[in-house]
Design a protein around this ligand. Structure first.
Ligand code: AMP
Ligand code: TRP
Length: 333
């Protein structure tokens, strides 16, 4: 972890229930792969999660589960730093400093804020509005070079870059400007029930959403019901949102190219294809389910890992935060 030649990666995920296949393909599956080449820092961002109403006992449970799940997906706390956001109060402090370099107007343009406030009209709290500033702090506190995210987080990353640039201009060079790291294939996994919408935990039609911990029968059943089109030909083309989505998923879990997939299913119907995708996904996720159960049966080990992660996270981020405090003119010694 201390190799300073390597570039730094930071990413976070909210502990808001079991992760979906979208989270897995768009984000977490890449986290493990990146560990070899980069210094990676990953966080379960519980502070972000409370921008929408959470049941406290469930949030606690989901936070531990999320930590176990990223380990089950291959994040190794001995190779990377993996921690729970609220264990490092530097994030809250960075949030304030950066808020003072963020404009009301730019936050008002965030599409996720608009979508979430429409969804929760009775609780449009200030945290929901300033959430991208907290996210900017997450990234900037570690001098991250790259931030692996799905396509829906691109706008927030752009804001983090703008805020960092503005701070640097105001006070002189302080923060590194991060770049997004968005996968070429699978940055936006779509709902199986409505392939024009992204796959999401909050999908009204639960058949549209695959959870990482779904069992094989459930996964295959949901894929069998996937919405497709009437052409009955497996090929990647405009207007074939359902098939394009299934091909994308199949390509990610099998490593096959679109050409190979088209050849494999030449002359076969959608029924065969859907079952094949469902089975490939279920088989791919099987080891994740097994490892998750193993980790969850050893809570002491999970605690040991997140405690160690928080210490390392505090150590790195304290230096950056202190630098920012000095730049803005706080008395620091
Ligand atoms: P969230 O569940 O919103 O906390 O998202 C966690 C990560 O998963 C973020 O990097 C998202 O961009 C990514 N993600 C969420 N849903 C999808 C999806 N349907 N397709 C691809 N990536 C996704
Ligand atoms: N906002 C991200 C999401 O909802 C989660 C997140 C919080 C994040 N802080 C981050 C992602 C920092 C990347 C980097 O998915």
């Amino acid at each position: 972890m201390e190799n300073t030649e390597k570039k730094i990666i930071f990413s976070g995920i909210q502990p808001t229930g079991t992760f979906t296949l979208g989270n897995y393909i768009g984000a977490i599956s890449n986290w493990a792969k990146l560990q070899e080449e980069y210094n990676c820092i990953y966080s379960i961002v519980d502070m972000h999660a409370i921008t929408v109403k959470q049941e406290p006992a469930k949030l606690r449970q989901h936070t531990i589960e999320a930590y176990a799940l990223i380990m089950a997906c291959g994040v190794d706390p001995n190779k990377s730093i993996a921690f729970i956001q609220s264990h490092n109060t530097n994030h809250a402090e960075a949030n304030w400093i950066l808020s003072c370099s963020t404009q009301f107007g730019e936050l008002s343009r965030m599409t996720q804020f608009k979508a979430k406030s429409e969804k929760h009209p009775d609780d449009i709290n200030a945290g929901l509005f300033t959430y991208p500033v907290l996210m900017a702090g997450d990234i900037l506190l570690y001098n991250a070079d790259l931030v692996p995210i799905g396509a829906d987080q691109k706008q927030h990353l752009e804001l983090a870059r703008n805020v960092a640039q503005r701070f640097n201009q105001k006070y002189s060079e302080t923060f590194k400007i991060p770049e997004p790291y968005i996968p070429d294939v699978g940055a936006r996994v779509m709902s199986l029930a409505d392939p024009t919408k992204k796959m999401s935990k909050s999908d009204e039609n639960q058949n549209g959403c695959i959870y990482i911990l779904d069992d094989k029968d459930t996964i295959v059943r949901k894929f069998k019901k996937a919405v497709t089109d009437s052409e009955a030909k497996v090929r990647y083309a405009q207007g074939k949102d359902g098939i394009n989505n299934l091909m994308t998923i199949y390509s990610v879990v099998t490593g096959k190219s679109f050409d190979e997939i088209e050849r494999e299913f030449d002359g076969k119907g959608y029924g065969d294809f859907k079952v094949a995708v469902g089975e490939a996904v279920a088989d791919h996720l099987e080891p994740v389910r097994t490892k998750f159960a193993e980790y969850m049966s050893d809570k002491a080990y999970i605690k040991e890992c997140y405690t160690k992660g928080a210490e390392a996270a505090r150590r790195i981020s304290s230096k950056v935060l202190r630098k920012a405090y000095k730049k803005v003119g706080f008395v620091i010694d």
